[in-house]
Every structure is written in C-alpha cells, then in structure tokens.
Design a protein around this ligand. Structure first.
Ligand code: SF4
Length: 285
C-alpha cells in the first residue's frame, strides 16, 4: 500500500478557476519544487523575510493555528521543511477513509476532489492510483490537479488517468482537470524553470487544462502575456485566467477589480479567489 505525506485535508468550496463554487475535498500534499516568494512585493523584498521566517514553526501544533501571509505562497507550510512536523505520512487507505469522512453524506454525491500542494505532481504520482482505486473513492467522478505546470506526467500515471476517466458517466473533459498556476518572475522563480509550455500542453492530452496567472502589477500582466505567447506557440489551446494576488482581504480587495478590468481589456478570463472574502483564506478553507 502506498503512502503520501499530507499537509491538509479538508472540505470546502473551490474558490478559484473552473470549479469556483463547487463543493470540494482538498487534499494538500507536502512538498514543492519551488519556494515562491515575493508575489506583489516591491522589488527586492521577499515575503519569506517579512512573514514566514518570522514564524517560529515549532510553536505550532497544527495548520489551523498558523498565521496567514498577505502575499507570497499562501500554502508555505506545505513545502517549507520547518513545518514538516505538521504533515503526517498516511497510507492511501487511511487517506481515502479521511476524505470520505469529510463529505456531508459520508459518500460521494456531486463533490469534486482537488489534489493540490505544494506541488502535487511530484513523486506522489506513484501513489495516486492506490488512493483512487480504493473502494470508498468509487463514487468520485471529477478531480482537479492544482499544479505549477512544471512536472511531466509519468507514462504510468498518464495511462492510469486515461483509464480512470473512462469509468464514470462524465465526458472526459469533465473528469480530470489540470489547473495550472504557472509562476511569473514576481514569484522569484526563474523563467526557464517556471514556464514549461511543452509540459502543460501534454496535460491537455489527459484532461481539461487551463492556465491561471496571479498578477498584481502591469509588469506581471506583461509577463503573463509573454508566457501566454510561449504556451500558445507550443500548441496549448485551453482557457487562460488572470487572478488577483492577495492572501488576505485587505490586499485582495485592492487588486480584484483592477485585475478583472485588465482581464476584460486583454480578452482573458478572470478568476476570483472566493476563499478570501468567504473564509478569510484561513488554513483548512
Ligand atoms: S509553486 Fe505554489 S505551492 Fe510551490 S512555492 Fe510556489 S506558490 Fe507555493
């Protein structure tokens, strides 16, 4: 039986992208290949320095007690090794039990599963078939992988997903979604590491795939347009969203209308972050 290191597992409403408003179970895996910082921060400032480094990880016994950060990676504890003691390694059997236990009827109705991170398409790809084959997951019909778009699907997992999406009554594009939040230079990650058009284009062979760029400034939007050109040149055909930066309401409300207007002006889609106004983006929401 496989095991996965789980940062969070909770039931909420999807706040972003295609499934905005849909009741969803969120499975947040531990680990990321990036250490993004600096979303929307003035040049040279890092959210790590201002926010996360000041947090004494040992003082916290659970995710729900952790402070929120206003900018930067709002799931920092799902990859920062200082917080790894908060994320247990669980068997796929116990994860399936825990997932179904979060559902209001203790069985799947119309809820969807979001596998997020961290970066959920790291080595955990090997473990997902065991999880999804568990009898308690039989009623699940729709999955979204929330990824940074840098990790290729393994041939084995590609084959597994291609078979999985045939089992339900949904059309293939309703079964599996890749929500790709490609990281722009404001994240602090290098362009050549973060913008991987061929990887994302290949997701389209397996599921419905869209791109989501978190933006705050005109420069971010210019960078997003440059990235969009690269993705389109590689043959990516899916929809593209702009989404406002802002892990807390005070920052989010400064940005959301302006980003919506920018999306309209550029002919792109706008994605809200409903978890901010609804739930203050607290851990576990
Ligand atoms: S890719 Fe996502 S989870 Fe990883 S550090 Fe960046 S924002 Fe955080």
């Amino acid at each position: 039986m496989s095991k996965i290191k789980i940062a969070e597992l909770f039931y909420s409403i999807q706040g972003e992208g295609r499934y905005m408003g849909v009741p969803s179970v969120f499975l947040r895996t531990f680990g990321c290949n990036f250490t993004c910082d600096g979303f929307g921060m003035p040049k040279g400032e890092k959210s790590n320095e201002r926010n996360v480094i000041a947090i004494k990880a040992d003082d916290y016994k659970g995710y729900n007690d952790l402070p929120l950060v206003s900018t930067g990676c709002d799931s920092y504890a799902s990859w920062d090794p200082r917080f790894k003691h908060l994320s247990p390694v669980l068997s796929t059997d116990s994860i399936a039990d825990a997932i179904v236990d979060t559902l209001p009827y203790k069985e799947w109705k119309n809820e969807h599963l979001v596998i997020t991170g961290g970066e959920p398409l790291l080595g955990w790809q090997r473990a997902y078939p065991d999880l999804l084959n568990h009898p308690k997951m039989a009623g699940l019909k729709e999955i979204t992988f929330e990824t940074n778009g840098t990790q290729e699907l393994t041939p084995e997992f590609t084959e597994y997903l291609n078979n999985w999406k045939l089992r339900g009554n949904k059309s293939w594009c309703e079964s599996i979604t890749f929500s790709v939040s490609a990281k722009l230079p404001c994240s602090g990650e290098k362009w050549e590491d973060a913008i991987c058009p061929e990887v994302v284009r290949a997701y389209e062979d397996v599921g419905y795939t869209y791109l989501k760029f978190v933006v705050a400034t005109e420069q971010d939007v210019a960078d997003a347009e440059c990235a969009i050109g690269a993705f389109r040149s590689a043959g990516f055909e899916g929809p593209i969203y702009l989404m406002p930066v802002g892990g807390v309401e005070s920052v989010y409300t400064l940005n959301n209308r302006r980003v919506a207007e920018l999306a309209m002006a550029k002919g792109l889609r706008y994605s809200d972050r409903l978890q901010v106004p609804l739930f203050k983006n607290e851990w576990g929401t």
